[in-house]
Design a protein around this ligand. Structure first.
Ligand code: TYD
Ligand code: MG
Length: 467
């Protein structure tokens, strides 16, 4: 027999509370507690497992677990070779970003190369999926479709088709009516995901690779993908500006490979197309010669990516000037402002400061410090930094510029795109032919070498000079 009781569940972290509150006591998120009924002692508990005998790790057969390529090179690189049979992958992203499009293209590719695939569409009718597939050129044998919102129906379809890869779009819209909770609630999302995980893991020798689509919403009305992170093997996040064509896929958790890789797509009229030369795309709208902009060769996984860092500084009378960092680490921008004030006498205490990485990408590695610092000083001085120049290096609290990893790759990518000068840490090795290196030991030296230091920077006059 199963009973149910009313609880308040946090849609951000999944913690349950007996009373409603404006703020979740577990994760601190606001306005995210939703009322739902929790089933106690449900009759749907799995049957007791039969004991498995231990075996030598070396004797375990891995043959049937070879990853299945999705045919989208950018996605396969992020997945370190494709979807692993019996694994569960969560693809999270804001509504409208292109999750259904990406997965329909992947399923069609797998089907075209002989795989058996099933799309459980709980959001769109067969007619809508068919129209989209026509537009994407994704109609072929081996791609099965069921439009189903009940979990039991989805499980039955999986059993009937016996696919190599299943996509459930989305996990927030499939529900088990027996659970009592509303579709999209934490109880429903977690329980449905757990049953699909069991399907992937229980089938012998290798179950289907299951991909769950999870909407990320800011208002907390649907249980977010964070609730499922620990249940699945791989968490992919699909990001990008909805009004911008660039889309980024990265793995935030991956049990079968590294998580550093970034996949880049462009949304076009006929679906998502992999971007093979992202640096050229990201620098496409650059205005060479503008003050406050510096290009940094950042690393995304094993791949160098040239990103423009911009800064804007404007005077304010507000007691608390604004500090905004988009696509950059806000903490590091604050640190760089302190370093500039202390070591280069560039005081921005009465200025609003806006800093951003252009193109919807996030550059949070410390190697971007030097470029951010130069962009800030260029913005406040109004002096442009040469358009043929890149800069990278970690800035320490003492104002020193420290060495970073992968110097050769960064310089190689900059040279390929026509940059001729690079401001680099003092200990950097030789660059590629035609690339002039400006080796600097500290931020102040970098400012002097680029003619950004000078009298203007001493304003307002530091307090110690009033004596
Ligand atoms: P969709 O995959 O439905 O997003 P999600 O599943 O994440 O909610 O994609 C939605 C957007 O993509 C939609 O606004 C239209 C756009 N789009 C294209 O630009 N080109 C295409 O070929 C397709 C299929 C969609
Ligand atoms: Mg969708």
């Amino acid at each position: 027999m199963s009973r149910s009781k009313l609880i308040h569940r946090c849609s951000e972290c999944g913690a349950s509370h007996l009373r409603w509150a404006g703020r979740c006591g577990a994760c601190g998120a606001w306005n995210c507690l939703v009322e739902e009924s929790e089933v106690i002692g449900g009759s749907d508990a799995p049957p007791a497992p039969s004991w498995e005998r231990p075996s030598l790790l070396a004797d375990v057969d891995a043959g049937s677990f070879a990853p299945c390529l999705t045919g989208l090179a950018e996605l396969d690189r992020v997945l370190a070779g494709g979807l692993v049979p019996g694994s569960v992958t969560l693809l999270g992203g804001e509504p409208g970003i292109g999750k259904s499009t990406l997965l329909l293209q992947a399923l069609a590719n797998i089907a075209a190369s002989g795989g058996r695939t099933l799309l459980v569409s709980a959001e769109e009718s067969p007619h809508q999926v068919r129209l989209r597939a026509e537009r994407l050129g994704a109609l072929g044998a081996g791609l099965w479709l069921v439009s189903e919102t009940s979990l039991a129906g989805a499980l039955a379809a999986i059993a009937e088709v016996g696919p190599d890869v299943v996509v459930v779009d989305s996990i927030q819209t499939v529900a088990d009516p027996e659970l009592g909770a509303a579709p999209g609630s934490v109880t429903q999302v977690r329980e449905c995901a757990c049953r699909l995980v069991r399907v992937a893991k229980a089938t012998s020798p290798a179950g289907p690779a299951v991909v769950l689509v999870g909407h990320v919403t800011k208002d907390g009305s649907l249980a977010g993908p964070r609730v499922l992170e620990h249940v699945v093997d791989t968490v992919l996040s699909f990001e990008g500006e909805r009004h911008h064509a660039l889309r980024l896929v990265r793995a935030t958790k991956h049990r079968f490979g590294p998580t550093g890789e970034l996949g880049l797509f462009e949304m076009t009229g006929s679906g998502l197309v992999g971007v093979s030369d992202p640096s050229a795309l990201l620098l496409g709208d650059r205005r060479p010669g503008a003050a406050g902009a510096v290009v940094v060769p950042a690393m995304e996984g094993q791949r160098p990516l040239l990103v423009e860092v911009q800064a804007l500084v404007s005077r304010t009378n507000a007691a608390m000037p604004r500090r905004s960092a988009q696509g950059l680490d806000g903490g590091r921008v604050a640190l760089l402002l302190a370093v500039l004030q202390r070591h280069a006498q560039v005081s921005l205490g009465s200025h609003d400061v806006f800093a951003s990485a252009v193109g919807g990408v996030r550059v949070v590695e410390p190697a971007a410090d030097l470029a951010v610092a130069l962009a800030l000083v260029s913005a406040v001085s109004g002096r442009a930094i040469g358009s043929d120049l890149v800069a990278f290096g970690e800035v320490g609290l003492g104002g020193e510029v420290r060495q970073v990893a992968q110097v050769g790759r960064r310089l190689g990518e900059a040279a390929r795109l026509g940059f001729r000068r690079a401001v680099v840490p003092a200990s950097s090795p030789e660059g590629p032919p035609g690339m002039e290196l400006v080796r600097v030991a500290g931020v102040v030296e970098a400012l002097d070498r680029l003619a950004l230091g000078g009298e203007w920077a001493r304003w307002p006059v530091p307090a110690e000079q009033f004596s």
